[in-house]
Write a protein of this length. Structure first.
Length: 202
């Protein structure tokens, strides 16, 4: 594969750097994913945040034939990803990543320039496509990024047929949802949406 999709992507990221909002780079990133995905049956779904959403789901979901292949969580350009991974970043983002790793066996964490791949909750690979000073790609960095995205996209979707495994999977997701719901109820913001959901019991 030529580096053209990556060069175009980096140029678009450079144009939006320090401009717009933290969501601005998502469009060129989504376009890149659709350009480089190895199978047209792979569906890239941008999970747009809604009013009252407390970051209960990663930014992108990849599906194939209705089954989930993996998830991608995108942080603002320049975010220190290692701080989040090591538990030294914003506590909300640290807890968020922990939740995502508990429910997704195939996850990429990115700040649009760095890509970190997790399998079954463990980091297995990482690369940097470009730096924020030059906004240029190199053949080696493109190849490394291609390799990570290939590992991610080519992961087989989960097919749960064993009742015991299904029960375990549902239990894990229920525990995660309980944590998310508790944080939401304890949050002092979004009171209008909260009252619509659980009622005003004051």
């Amino acid at each position: 594969m030529t580096s053209d999709p990556y060069d175009q992507y980096v140029n678009n990221i450079a144009k939006t750097y320090n401009k717009g909002t933290e969501y601005t780079p998502r469009t060129p990133f989504e376009n890149l994913l659709n350009e480089v995905k190895p199978d047209d049956d792979l569906l890239v779904i941008h999970e747009a945040k809604k009013s009252g959403d407390i970051d209960g789901r990663p930014d992108f979901k990849i599906e194939k034939n209705g089954l989930i292949v993996g998830h991608i969580e995108a942080k603002p350009t320049g975010t220190n990803l290692d701080a989040i991974i090591e538990g030294e970043g914003d506590p909300r983002e640290v807890k968020q990543l922990e939740r995502y790793l508990n429910v997704s066996r195939n996850l990429i964490l990115t700040n649009y320039s760095e890509f970190i791949l997790f399998k079954n909750g463990e980091e297995v690979d990482r690369c940097s496509l470009f730096d924020l000073e030059q906004f240029e790609t190199k053949d080696e960095s493109v190849e490394e990024t291609e390799e990570i995205l290939s590992k991610f996209f080519l992961t087989d979707p989960v097919k749960v047929t064993d009742p015991q495994k299904l029960a375990q999977l549902l239990a894990e997701r229920t525990r995660t949802f309980d944590i998310i719901l508790k944080e939401f109820v304890d949050d002092t913001t979004n009171n209008t949406f909260k009252n619509q959901l659980v009622g005003d019991r004051g």
